[in-house]
Ligand binder design. Structure first.
Ligand code: GBH
Length: 466
């Protein structure tokens, strides 16, 4: 049993959902099986230098074959929810029209097994794996992709909707657009101005269209949301210049996405931030009404706060700038605790994120923390005390936010991730799992954090059910 000196879980309302999360490309492998088509990540990983250790998700955790072990891990952990993503290129290998039934069958089996254990599936429809065939036609830069996404969403919801109630359209459109098309650290790996902002808009439009498509294909019982990664931006000093830099960072990271979805408008300052970088000709009348379709819930991924200072633009001429070049420099203040990846550990940022949403958006829907977690660089199922205190600290901050702010309807928490997996451009070095994966054999081994969460969840349920 877990040592009594380890932290307890905070008080949260009965009915609070406890879960773990994964994503298709990071765990499944089997990229050429049963008719799956290539995605932009298959292509991107082959580019020299794109992934730190030169790897890809082509085998990953082999969850395409070992999914029963993942379900057993979830059941043993005692969570009541599992957030996973469906790979668009498995379901529609060419991105549109023809549905590949064998690809969908995989998720059909997974959903049945989860339901058999009383674990509620939260299905993410897009976790960054755009079919390469659509990228070849312009990807998220072009408006048609939003329509193809809704068509794909309807195909999935039509098959799984009799058992799946909870749907997440997009995971982190900030990453798909700004990291993918402007910073270039993620697929497709370009440094664009107009293209990146168009991609962000078309992702949000696709989200809005998919909300309607899922509701009509899966029926009125379905609950639909979006997951956004939110990071408070903290100025490095109190100077006017650093405060302005933090405001630009906050606009690009957070408000560019939350304002359209939750407030039905682009944030004030958006046009000024990107003046010269892009014309905004991709916007059409009526788009914001679609983008702000009322949601059943908002998913929040929280990892860290960003600390920023004013900095010269990399490209002085706005017309030549990528949309990522906004005249800020990220830094790491002395004395901040960090994870093995150098990410600051600041649970207060989760408190501020959640209460800040309630402040800014009247009528905020229910909120789930759909990802929160920390990585280490140890290849072994060794004691991971820092993961236990990371989770306990962030849960305490989230529970405190829900307790002090009655506008905040916090419904659940998903740890990222159930198992170690392919960490995108960082490869297999960083390990976020509650269970260790041996990539030579594929075998999974629960870490101390897994045992801690299992024991504390059991105690929480006993405490809360009375
Ligand atoms: C989430 O992104 C993702 O949803 C999930 O798939 C991922 O595994 C998890 O977090 C952990 O990272 O490649 O070094 O340049 C969180 C936001 C944005 C953080 C992109 C890392 C790139 C860092 N991520 N950022 S790097």
């Amino acid at each position: 049993a877990t040592r009594p000196d380890l932290p307890e879980l905070p008080d949260l309302p009965a009915g609070f959902s406890w879960g773990a999360a994964t994503a298709a490309y990071q765990i499944e492998g089997a990229v050429d099986e049963d008719g799956r088509g290539p995605s932009i990540w298959d292509t991107f990983c082959r580019r020299p230098g794109a992934v730190d250790d030169g790897t890809s998700g082509s085998v990953a955790c082999d969850s395409y074959h070992r999914w029963r072990e993942d379900v057993d891990l979830l059941a043993g952990l005692g969570v009541d929810a599992y957030r996973f993503s469906v790979a668009w290129p498995r379901v529609m290998p060419a991105g549109r029209s023809a549905v590949n039934r064998r690809g969908l069958d995989y998720y059909d089996r997974l959903v049945d097994a989860l339901c058999g254990h009383g674990i509620r599936p939260f299905v993410t429809l897009y976790h960054w794996d755009l079919p390469q065939a659509l990228e070849d036609e312009g990807g998220w830069r072009v408006r048609d992709t939003a329509e193809w996404f809704a068509e794909y969403a309807a195909a999935v919801a039509g098959v799984l909707g009799d058992r799946v109630q909870d749907w997440i359209t997009l995971n982190e459109p900030y990453c798909s657009s700004m990291v993918g098309y402007a910073e270039g650290r993620h697929a497709p790996g370009t440094a664009e101005g107009h293209g990146a902002l168009a991609a962000a808009h078309h992702l949000l439009l696709g989200h809005g269209r998919a909300v309607a498509a899922v509701r009509s294909a899966a029926g009125p019982r379905s609950r639909v949301g979006i997951t956004l990664n939110l990071s408070p931006a903290v100025p490095a000093s109190d100077t006017e210049a650093d405060r302005a830099a933090a405001d630009r960072q906050d606009l690009m990271l957070n408000r560019q996405f939350t304002d359209p979805v939750l407030g039905g408008a682009y944030p004030p300052g958006f046009e000024r931030l990107y003046a010269g970088v892009s014309d905004l000709s991709f916007r059409r009348d009526g788009d914001l009404a679609v983008i702000s379709t009322p949601l059943d819930f908002l998913g929040v991924n929280y990892y860290y706060r960003v600390h920023v200072a004013d900095a010269p633009y990399e490209q002085p001429d706005p017309a030549l700038r990528s949309a990522f070049d906004i005249g800020v420099r990220q830094l790491r203040p002395d004395g901040l605790p960090t994870t093995d990846l150098g990410w600051p550990v600041e649970p207060q940022g989760l408190f501020d994120t959640l209460t800040g949403l309630a402040d800014r958006y009247p009528g905020l829907p229910a909120v789930y923390v759909t990802e929160n977690g920390c990585a280490d660089l140890r290849d072994g199922p060794e004691p991971d005390p820092e993961r236990i205190s990371f989770v306990a600290g962030h849960l305490a901050a989230a529970a405190r936010a829900a307790a002090v702010d009655d506008r905040l309807d916090l419904r659940g928490y998903f740890y990222w991730s159930l198992i170690d997996n392919f960490e995108w451009a960082r490869g297999y070095g960083p390990r976020f799992g509650l269970a260790h994966v041996d990539y030579r054999t594929g075998s999974r081994t629960p870490k101390a954090s897994y045992h801690w969460l299992r024991d504390r969840l059991r105690a929480w349920r006993e405490r809360t059910s009375t």
